[in-house]
Design a protein around this ligand. Structure first.
Ligand code: AMP
Length: 297
């Protein structure tokens, strides 16, 4: 694997690889790689001739008081992990290389941002869209890989690719979890010992919601309360949000039908964690009425 730090070198490498007709799979990250990132890299490896990983802690997507300065970093570990996962190139630019002294043009995301993380992290998805626009232009991938752990990000990137006409296939990848169910995240290192034990209950709360839906519950308010009550009683964390929305539109629903997301964000002392579950609801009432007519095979 080759590490590239300048836009110029990355662009000439892409040009060379494309000349021989190779397909490019791209995995954008902020580094401190774990098995969640690895699963994106493995998917990219399976589907493309060339795999490019980027590591860039993007200041534009951090708000005031967020963890930009303290975000965990370990380049030596990341280079080894990326190489083991079969990446061909690591793109590792500095902030100055990406933005110069100050960016003169940035992106503004209009849809799918007035909810979930977009509500309190003002400008976060604008920063994500800006850096991805640049990275997509530099790397020109055929496919780009994003984790469903950040499901709102997947929904926003879907809009970005569509609206800006990037000829890129978006490949969403399922959330990779620790053995006890906690979604893997670079920020899990911020958890205190007892918080780490209690953090498993976030996934348990989502499983409870899924169980209720499986038993026929269709009221989003009840699902929301089920998840919130479990978090309050079992984790001691502060709830930032728990929301039940249509996915990927991220619009409120009066009744659970079609594809929905149950998403949560909580704050422990030093760690803000997010998780979600995406469920496709088969309309049982409709189905049974259909079956009763006996007209359809
Ligand atoms: P990050 O480095 O946190 O910006 O994440 C880079 C990419 O890895 C994003 O597309 C994330 O959604 C994805 N990712 C992070 N954690 C996980 C996980 N536990 N499972 C699957 N994908 C993940």
């Amino acid at each position: 694997m080759k590490t590239i730090t300048t836009i110029h070198d990355m662009q000439s490498t892409v040009r060379m690889e494309k000349q021989t007709g190779k397909s490019i799979g791209f995995v954008p990250t902020m580094g401190y790689l774990h098995e969640g990132h690895m699963s994106l890299l493995q998917k990219a490896r399976e589907m493309n001739d060339i795999v490019v990983l980027s590591i860039f802690v993007n200041p534009l997507q951090f708000g005031p008081g967020e963890d930009l300065e303290t975000y965990p970093r370990d380049l030596i570990h990341d280079e080894q992990a990326a190489e083991n996962s079969g990446a061909d190139y690591l793109f590792y630019p500095t902030i100055h290389e990406m933005y110069g002294d100050e960016p003169s043009v940035t992106a503004v995301v209009k849809k799918r941002v007035n909810c979930l993380c977009g509500r309190n992290r003002i400008g976060h998805f604008d920063g994500v869209a800006t850096v991805l626009t640049k990275l997509f232009n530099i790397i020109q991938p055929d496919r780009a890989y994003f984790g469903l752990k950040d499901a709102q990000q997947v929904a926003v990137v879907d809009g970005l690719i569509h609206d800006f006409n990037f000829p890129i296939e978006l490949v969403p990848v399922s959330t990779v979890r620790e053995e006890d169910g906690l979604a893997k995240s670079s920020r899990n290192v911020y958890l205190l010992q007892d918080e780490r034990v209690r953090a498993r209950e976030l996934y348990q709360a989502l499983l409870k919601a899924e169980e209720a839906i499986d038993s026929g519950e269709r009221d989003p308010e009840i699902i929301l309360r089920t998840v919130s009550n479990h978090i309050i009683s079992e984790t001691g964390a502060d709830i930032d949000y728990v929301e039940v929305l249509a996915y990927p539109e991220l619009k409120p629903v009066k009744k659970l039908e079609g594809k929905i997301i149950i998403a949560l964000a909580v704050k422990f002392q030093k760690a803000r964690l997010i998780d979600n579950m995406i469920v496709t609801i088969k309309d049982r009432e409709h189905q049974s009425a259909f079956e009763q007519t006996g007209k359809e095979a």
